[in-house]
Design a binder for this molecule. Structure first.
Ligand code: MGD
Ligand code: MGD
Ligand code: SF4
Ligand code: MO
Length: 725
């Protein structure tokens, strides 16, 4: 009726000369419009956002070009955050489990009741088993620090962070070589090589924009290795569908050519690097002809790429991917890349591999707590002595907890993470959850892990809260503010308030006796602008005008943060820890006859397992399917759309096949984040398949990082309809 009336008015209005009425109407409903600068939370990039609020509702999210990191970009996922804010499937208030674990019976309770309940359970575990019997796991985010601090103040050393599922091996490889984890100057590079690192779909700012500019405008040559024909492959100058797990053979052969033909930067090697002689002797045996047999990349192309790369240096870089949770030898492959970047002299040069600049922030002084006394449950000190202790080794922790060694763990607190999807072998993660006396999940939605918890503590989404400032290091560092755009739509709280509520009840309140505003004020105080807080509230970001910097570490007498103070091509520390001091190639185990290797990757329209209930993004990518090459598919009698069963040692899933030449015949691929258990996530529940059901448990030997690409699966056609929401 209302629609019909409006349509009638629209046609009749002008004829009847109702202009004064139309004006009056407009005046009456003129919306109140505000713009708030904030920072996106939908993936780790923290892109700067200008949120448009109309009559109290977020109407539009625009990019804030003031950030040198995200510049004028806000991706599809960033735009779709509005849908997540107003999603009817959100957890709208605290919940306590009312039935059996996973049965789906919940009691909607007050915050007081939820926090009393959680604190009582945590205290009980602490009294009976010690504080180390509670595990605290989380993924990066501006409020993660409060969660980590809570774990430590509670007395548990068992903090597990997401790098051990993501980038721990690449970070460790660069740290062991250069003493730091650098950025890659794609804006100025003229030659770029990438192993995987699918930047046109796996978005990292500003790398994705720089690479688009470089590749599309032919400023840089891009050589891309990936068993899949990704969007990045489509835009590259050269794409090689490398045999998976053999990138180190390609890298070692490049080193062989560059060393043998003396194409390395002799000055940099002589003055800054340690162990070149050992490296030269080591790569003698790794010829391009040998590498061809491993990688299936022609020897003449490997040799040519090595020469082109060395000749283009220092504006040449072997780009380090972010997700390096690939193989059990991942660390050594990334070390090989770092060594290659070092010897061609790309370090700290324009267009090369550049140590990050930083902007100092102030720090609110808080009451210090005593460090936890118990050893870590993942035994990281002895099993992965070189790894970042504060991040832990997630899969080792899960296996130890399941085995009850070295001590029992009875409680698990989860923040902004969905281990039921993010860890391989979902059955084992579920077994770990089932074995717990108490599980609490702080999330914005009913994730699969939340579905199996005892209490769900709903955090306000990023558009509804103010977070601590964050400095994003880089060639162009930036400080970003995430400030509240609208008040919480439901009965949710920011993480700090949840932590404070728990801490007060556990007698730890004094450690968290501050507000986020006080925290931010102290952080901002150091910034070299007038009224820094006001400046940040208005602009959303602070970036110094004088960046970027190159060559700070090239000054005479500079000591790299390695043991020797030099770039370590050869590493004593690795040898002492029982690892190869130079990267040694170990061929990957080939898939058994009739089996495929499963590889992982992303699409530009989803973040991990977090966005597959977002209707706007589901419209772009509604489900997942199994990529399989036409050759094996033909042998198995599979055509696109057929339902297939994918089985590994860990489990089985069913999903539709997508027969495509865009993947090697020896691999299969499915997108992450579908096949959800949680019926509250209506868009992804029973829609497609969950990769974590079939991935097996394996980890990198040096860093303990998950190794997701070690899984072999069989595929067979089965009768029935594909489950599709
Ligand atoms: N749109 C979107 N962007 C994101 C994210 C997201 O979820 N969605 N997540 C962010 C996060 S946390 C991360 S860690 C990054 C991940 O981004 P990347 O580091 O780029 O990692 P992935 O895209 O997971 O995988 C890279 C590619 O490696 C290929 N690959 C598999 N095995 C091999 C191999 O043996 N050799 C070679 N050369 N290639 C191989 C896979 O086919 C895949 O295409 O993306 C970030 N950006
Ligand atoms: N099978 C498989 N496993 C993987 C990967 C893969 O590709 N496949 N990728 C690996 C990589 S690279 C990474 S980085 C990890 C990522 O692992 P996770 O961090 O677990 O990934 P997400 O699915 O992005 O997010 C987890 C949860 O955070 C919630 N969340 C989002 N925003 C907020 C917020 O503001 N507050 C709170 N409290 N919660 C919020 C989401 O609702 C979601 O349930 O997974 C790793 N594991
Ligand atoms: S890349 Fe997209 S999802 Fe990630 S922070 Fe930026 S806008 Fe948000
Ligand atoms: Mo990641």
């Amino acid at each position: 009726m209302a629609g019909a009336a409006a349509a009638a008015a629209a046609t009749l209005g002008p004829q009847l000369g109702c202009a004064p009425l139309a004006r009056r109407r407009r005046a009456a409903v003129a919306p109140e419009v505000r713009q708030v600068a904030t920072a996106c939370e939908v993936c780790p990039n923290k892109c700067a956002v200008l949120a448009v609020v109309e009559n109290g509702r977020v109407k539009k999210l625009n990019p804030n070009p003031a950030s040198p990191k995200s510049r004028g970009m806000l991706c599809a996922r960033g735009n779709a955050a509005i849908q997540a804010l107003y999603d009817p499937d959100r957890v709208k208030g605290p919940l306590i489990r009312a039935g059996a674990r996973g049965e789906g019976k919940w009691r909607q309770v007050s915050w007081d009741e939820a926090l009393d309940f959680a604190a009582e359970r945590l205290q009980r575990i602490k009294d009976e088993h010690g504080p180390e019997a509670v595990l605290f796991s989380s993924t990066e985010g501006f409020q993660e620090e409060f969660f980590k601090n809570f774990a430590l103040a509670f007395g548990s050393p068992n903090v597990l962070r997401h790098p051990t599922l993501c980038l721990a091996s690449v970070n460790l490889a660069y740290s062991m070589t250069f003493g730091t984890v650098p950025s890659f100057d794609l804006q100025n590079a003229s030659y770029v090589i990438m192993s995987g690192a699918n930047r046109f779909e796996s978005i990292i700012t500003p790398d994705t924009m720089d690479l688009i500019d470089g590749a599309m405008n032919r400023k840089a040559k891009l050589v891309y290795l990936d068993p899949r024909f990704t969007v990045t492959a489509a835009k590259a100058d050269e794409w090689y569908p490398i045999r998976p797990g053999t990138d180190l053979a390609f890298i070692l052969a490049m080193l062989h050519v560059i060393v043998k033909e003396q194409r390395y930067d002799k000055e940099f090697v002589a003055t800054r690097c340690l162990g070149f002689e050992q490296l030269a002797a080591h790569v003698e045996r790794y010829t391009p002809e040998w590498a061809e047999g491993e990688t299936e990349i022609p020897a003449r192309d490997i040799a040519r790429i090595a020469r082109e790369f060395a000749d283009a240096a220092p504006r040449a870089l072997y780009y380090a991917g972010r997700r390096s949770s690939w193989y059990v030898n991942d660390f050594q492959m990334r070390r090989g890349q770092a060594i290659l970047n070092a010897i061609v002299g790309s370090w700290d040069r324009q267009g090369g591999v550049v140590p990050n600049s930083r902007i100092p922030l102030g720090e609110l002084l808080v009451l210090p707590w005593d460090d936890p006394v118990a050893p870590r449950v993942d035994e990281i000190e002895t099993r992965f002595p070189l790894a970042a202790r504060g991040d832990g080794a997630f899969l080792q922790a899960r296996e130890n907890v399941l085995g009850g060694v070295p001590y029992p763990v009875k409680g698990w607190m989860v923040y902004k993470q969905d281990p039921m999807n993010a860890l391989p072998d979902r059955g084992r993660t579920r077994a770990m959850l089932e074995a717990m006396d108490f599980v609490a999940v702080i999330d914005t939605q009913m994730s699969d892990t939340a579905w199996l918890a005892d209490v769900v503590l709903p955090e306000s989404t990023y558009l509804e809260r103010t977070d601590p400032l964050h400095m994003l290091p880089g060639i162009w560092p930036v400080v970003v503010l995430r400030q509240q755009v609208v008040p919480p739509v439901h009965d949710t709280r920011p993480n700090l308030e949840i932590i404070q509520g728990l801490a007060r009840r556990l007698g730890l309140g004094d450690y968290f006796d501050y507000t986020v505003e006080e925290w931010i004020a102290e952080q901002a105080a150091e910034l070299p602008v007038v009224n820094p807080l006001e400046y940040l509230k208005k602009h959303g970001v602070y970036a110094p005008a004088e960046a970027p910097f190159y060559g700070k570490t090239l000054a005479q007498g500079y000591r790299f943060l390695t043991r020797s103070g030099k770039v370590e091509l050869y590493s004593d520390r690795l040898a002492e820890a029982g690892h190869d001091p130079l990267p040694v190639y170990h061929p990957p185990t080939p898939p058994p006859a009739g089996a495929f290797r499963m590889v992982l990757g992303r699409k530009a329209t989803h973040t991990h397992a977090a966005t597959t209930n977002n209707l706007w993004l589901l419209e772009q990518t509604p489900t997942n399917d199994l990529w399989i090459h036409p050759e094996p598919a033909g042998k198995l009698g599979i055509v696109s759309g057929d339902l297939v069963e994918v089985a590994s040692q860990a489990g089985k899933v069913r999903l539709p096949a997508r027969v495509t030449p865009e993947i090697r015949p020896d691999c299969v691929f499915m997108l992450h984040g579908f096949g959800k258990l949680s019926p509250w996530l209506r868009g992804a529940h029973g829609n497609g398949a969950c990769d974590a059901d079939v991935l097996i448990t394996a980890w990198d030997r040096v860093s303990g990082n998950a190794a997701f690409h070690e899984t072999f699966v069989t595929v067979r056609k089965v009768a029935g309809e594909a489950s599709h929401a």
